[in-house]
Each structure stands twice: as structure tokens, then as C-alpha cells.
Design a protein around this ligand. Structure first.
Ligand code: ADP
Length: 169
């Protein structure tokens, strides 16, 4: 059986914590689709196209991952899963603080489609503190953030910081 999993998120921007989940999922499932959520109500640093491209480049940098695709979606995740003929959702869990929201999402998705199963991968200890928002916060105050994100994301963030017009928030 071909096990296809969907790893959804905002990825604004992708961090090394996300990359670790992608890497580990790719070795468990036959196929992984990283699904970047287009949420028009949520302001983002990078556009949906930029986020998709940065993920593709970050995956490319690792060379070893061959079974991961990056796509964007809007609307309900369960609809995207059906469209992709996958019933597996992957989410990462960092700390107890992630639990309530993640549990809520998993239960709602299960309610919407009983065939869907959510799999949680525990964050690696070294990335348990890492989030896209903390990276943006450190960067906006001029702190060193190179170690948190893939190299291509770093370059793009520096470019954005210099460009100024959108700022980092
Ligand atoms: P969302 O807005 O859907 O939470 P994110 O891009 O913030 O999107 O996160 C996507 C998924 O990746 C979530 O399941 C989140 O818990 C997980 N994740 C984020 N950062 C890390 C990390 N450092 N380690 C492990 N999982 C993470």
C-alpha cells in the first residue's frame, strides 16, 4: 500500500524544526506532501509562492529527500486530503503548549472525515523552542538567527530586512 501523508502548516518561514519533521516523515511514509496554507486573514512575512519556493529550495539543499512535494492549499485541510487521496495528516509537537490546539484540530478533522488520522511527531529537543514567529522576532530586533533556519531562508530574510518595505513582524 502506498502511504501518502500531508504535512500542513503556515511555514512563514520554514525553520530547521519543520525540516526535521519533513525529513523524519519522508523516511516513514512513501510520499509526503508539504501543504502550505494560504490564509488570507493572517498576515504573513512571505507570500504563499515565496513560502512554497523556500520549502522546495530547503528540501533541495538536503539532496537526500526524494519523496517530498510542496504544494499550497486554501480552505479545509480535509478537502485537500481527499483531493490528494491521502488520509494521513502529520503535525509536530513541541511542548505542552502545542497540545491543546493540535488536539482540537485533530478532533475537528476526525469529526469532518472519520477516515483521516493525525500523526504527531515529537520535536527533537534541540528544536523544541523553535517557531517561525520567534525567528521573525529575533530577526526584527537584529539578533543572530542563522542557526534556526535553512541557508536559503536566511538569505531571503536578510534580503527582506534590507529591503525594508514589508519589514519583519
Ligand atoms: P501552523 O500555523 O499550522 O501551526 P506552522 O508552520 O507554525 O503552522 O507549523 C506547522 C507544523 O509544524 C505544526 O504542527 C507545528 O507544531 C510544527 N512545528 C513548528 N515548529 C516546529 C519545531 N520546531 N519542531 C517540531 N515541529 C514544529
Amino acid at each position: 500500500m502506498n502511504m501518502k501523508a500531508i504535512y500542513p502548516g503556515s511555514f512563514d518561514p520554514v525553520t530547521k524544526g519543520h525540516m526535521d519533521i519533513i525529513h523524519r516523515s519522508a523516511s516513514i511514509f512513501d510520499e509526503v506532501i508539504v501543504a502550505v496554507l494560504e490564509n488570507k486573514r493572517k498576515e504573513s512575512l512571505f507570500t504563499i509562492q515565496e513560502r512554497v519556493k523556500l520549502l522546495q529550495q530547503s528540501i533541495g539543499e538536503l539532496h537526500t529527500i526524494k519523496n517530498v512535494k510542496v504544494e499550497s492549499f486554501s480552505g479545509l485541510l480535509v478537502d485537500f486530503c481527499r483531493q490528494k487521496k491521502s488520509n494521513i495528516i502529520i503535525r509536530g509537537l513541541r511542548a505542552v503548549s502545542d497540545y491543546e490546539y493540535e488536539m482540537q484540530m485533530a478532533l475537528v478533522n476526525k469529526q469532518l472525515d472519520d477516515d483521516i488520522e493525525t500523526f504527531f511527531l515529537a520535536s527533537r529537543g534541540e528544536y523544541a523552542y523553535l517557531s517561525s514567529s520567534i525567528v521573525k522576532e529575533v530577526a526584527s530586533f537584529g539578533g543572530e538567527f542563522k542557526d534556526f533556519i535553512p541557508e536559503c531562508v536566511y538569505d531571503k530574510m536578510i534580503e527582506r530586512l534590507k529591503g525594508g518595505q514589508d519589514g519583519i513582524n
